[in-house]
Design a binder for this molecule. Structure first.
Ligand SMILES: [Zn+2]
Length: 383
């Protein structure tokens, strides 16, 4: 859902604001189907002779009513429709390619794209080829100038049997790596109110022993108790969302003490009615408590806002300064599995974004990073 694109309020750096789209960052919470451009899902539907609901055509983007208890189910139905349009290798490659290019255009240097290969397996001969297609395209697009480098998080669904999660964890383990085009994490997604988190502990054990990051969803549709249960069962490196840890200071303390990063997705939270308005997303409270926060877009296809807009919301709604936004970007890299070379390059570019390099290097248009876009206002005052 589109929000936060207005002018910065007084005190939020005003004219000193730098464009968030050129702030180097990592994107750690983006789902495969949900990453699609709306034009892409329309193309696929046309090609496969499928009908899309008006919310993906004439009435796009869909508007969710935060007070609507059925918000999640409406979301899930739309997501299923979009997923049903993905029917083979060419579609899958297109999704990975466009996700990397679109992310790169918003300053993302490193994307950890979350995919459950089960959904696409019937069209390509099984979960193994499904994952291999995604990894192969991830490796290929990562070499394209300006695109984000893409690694993969294999995600199991809470809606399915925990044994399936173990199968996926073993598959993910076989492709574990540290670079673009490899699997770097294992997740657990879908309706948090379904399934028993503890029953997925064995799958996370398999993933962890293979060196993968544990990145389950928790603390989105359910509160702090669910976060605590997820900490116990999966010893996560990061939590998808995790925002509702704020509802119990003891749980939030555990999250902070364990250094578990939170993939906070403000646009998604408001669209799904986790919070009524953007101001209610507890970004400031999480940061004040010392939590490591990495902003994410979750499902831009459904929610209508991409990664840079989450940073824009942090600025315009939560009043984060450019220095604080740069801190969020650094956190996203720190919480990622990006290789050292990617982190170091991004760190240099963040410093440049903040204007810490000699003025001549930053001010001169010729000195900008390839693909970088000068501030739209032309105002990038240096401190
Ligand atoms: Zn998610």
């Amino acid at each position: 859902m589109s929000q936060g694109a207005g002018a910065p309020p007084p005190g939020a750096e005003g004219a000193a604001s730098r464009p968030v789209g050129t702030l180097p960052k990592a994107h750690l919470h983006l789902h495969f189907t949900g990453s699609m451009r709306v034009e892409t899902v329309r193309d696929m539907a046309r090609e496969h002779g499928l009908r899309l609901p008006a919310t993906l055509t004439t009435d796009y983007p869909p508007l969710f009513d935060a007070s609507d208890q059925r918000g999640w189910f409406r979301f899930q139905r739309l997501y299923d429709v979009a997923r049903g349009c993905v029917r083979g290798e060419a579609d899958m490659r297109r999704i990975v390619r466009e996700a990397a290019i679109d992310d790169g255009a918003e300053g993302s240097h490193w994307l950890e794209l979350q995919v459950d290969p089960t959904s696409y397996a019937p069209f390509v001969g099984g979960i193994t080829p499904a994952l291999e297609i995604v990894l192969d395209e991830a490796a290929a697009v990562s070499r394209v100038p300006g695109a984000a480098q893409v690694a993969v998080v294999v995600a199991a669904s809470r809606m399915r049997h925990p044994l399936e999660a173990r199968t996926l964890a073993r598959l993910a383990a076989r492709y574990a790596g540290e670079d673009a085009g490899t699997v770097v994490g294992f997740g657990l997604s879908n309706d948090e109110r379904r399934g028993d988190t503890e029953e997925f502990a064995a799958a996370f054990g398999i993933a962890r022993r293979a060196g993968l990051a544990s990145v389950p969803h928790a603390g989105e549709l359910l509160g702090a108790d669910a976060v605590a249960a997820t900490l116990d069962a999966t010893t996560p490196d990061r939590l998808g969302h995790g925002v509702r840890a704020v509802e119990d200071p003891r749980v939030l303390d555990r999250v902070v003490a364990a250094g578990v990063a939170l993939e906070v997705c403000p646009g998604s939270n408001v669209s799904l009615g986790v919070y009524d308005v953007p101001e209610d997303v507890p970004l400031r409270r999480l940061l004040s408590a010392g939590a490591v926060v990495a902003l994410g877009a979750d499902d831009p296809l459904i929610f209508g806002s991409r990664l840079a807009e989450q940073y824009e919301t942090a600025r315009t709604v939560h009043g984060l300064s450019d220095v604080e936004l740069a801190g969020l970007a650094r956190s996203s890299l720190a919480a990622s599995r990006a290789p050292e070379a990617v982190r170091a390059a991004a760190e240099r570019d963040i410093a440049a974004w903040l204007g810490r390099r000699p003025a001549a290097e930053v001010v001169s248009p010729g000195a900008r990073r390839p693909g970088g876009t000068p501030g739209t206002t032309g105002a990038t005052p240096l401190g």
